[in-house]
Design a protein around this ligand. Structure first.
Ligand code: GLP
Length: 245
């Protein structure tokens, strides 16, 4: 696991965007695994900026997203479909049919999840998977549990995740209680993984997930077993790990 120290959120975003941009330049028809949440917003803004300056070309890039709330329409501002279009897809020259967010409008969980998994296989797997870190150690929406879940599946969100994500909704009652998410196996199959973490509230989790035991109780801890993981974290997020790391 390669850990890159960033000064702050902006620096983290720029460093992580550099890694994604290098991936696109090295392999113009790459498959990017993308994430939502507040952590990647700065990365997407940076990529859009470089695209506008003519430094990046998304015309042959394909994307798959990690997760989506079950039951939100595409036009719902809180759907991850909407988030991705607002923050990236409509701002760069990516083909609409090359972007794949799990279909939260399909209430048949088995069919929605199988379709997403099929897309990943059809594309030949993910070259670079971007991940944020949930407050409770979740990645995608893989919540702490008894076992590492395998492929794309439907999850019941934990109280702590519903609470954390309620900041984006009018009230906590509006937060969906279920989501579709790529599983740990789908994530671990990615050739490269890029994790971004910012802020002091994540500092304990950074120490647990990347320096503690590998356990399904801390889903992100499995990343210690992946052969090609880069973590870009800011000083605040790294405040609970030894300074020489
Ligand atoms: C959500 C998403 C995750 C994301 C996490 C952290 O629950 N499903 O993919 O990594 O939140 O979000 P943030 O970056 O806003 O802290």
């Amino acid at each position: 696991m390669n850990i890159i120290r960033a000064k702050n959120y902006q620096d983290m975003s720029r460093k992580a965007a550099n890694i994604i941009s290098a991936q696109i330049i090295m392999k113009p028809d790459c498959v990017l695994g993308l994430a939502t949440g507040s952590s990647p917003i700065g990365i997407y803004a940076q990529l859009v900026d470089w695209y506008k300056k003519g430094d990046l070309d998304f015309s042959r890039v394909s994307t798959v997203n990690l997760d989506e709330y079950r039951g939100l329409s595409h036009s719902d501002p809180q759907s991850y479909y909407h988030f991705m279009h607002e923050n990236l897809f409509r701002l760069v020259n990516i083909r609409e049919d090359a972007t794949h967010v799990p279909d939260g409008t399909n209430l048949d969980a088995a069919s929605a999840c199988a379709a997403h998994e099929e897309v990943i296989h059809f594309l030949g797997g993910i070259d670079l998977q971007l991940l944020g870190l949930g407050n409770n150690g979740h990645i995608g929406f893989n919540e702490p549990g008894e076992a590492f879940e395998k492929e794309t599946h439907c999850v019941n969100l934990t109280e702590s995740t519903i609470q954390a994500n309620s900041r984006f909704f009018a009230s906590i009652a509006d937060v969906p209680t279920q989501a579709y998410t790529m599983g740990i196996r789908s994530i671990m199959m990615a050739k490269k993984i890029l994790v971004i973490v910012s802020g002091e509230t994540k500092a304990d989790m950074v120490a647990n997930a990347f320096f503690g035991p590998v356990t399904p109780q801390v889903p992100a801890s499995i990343l210690q077993m992946h052969p090609n993981v880069t973590v870009v974290a800011d000083e605040a997020a790294l405040s609970k790990v030894p300074a020489d790391i």
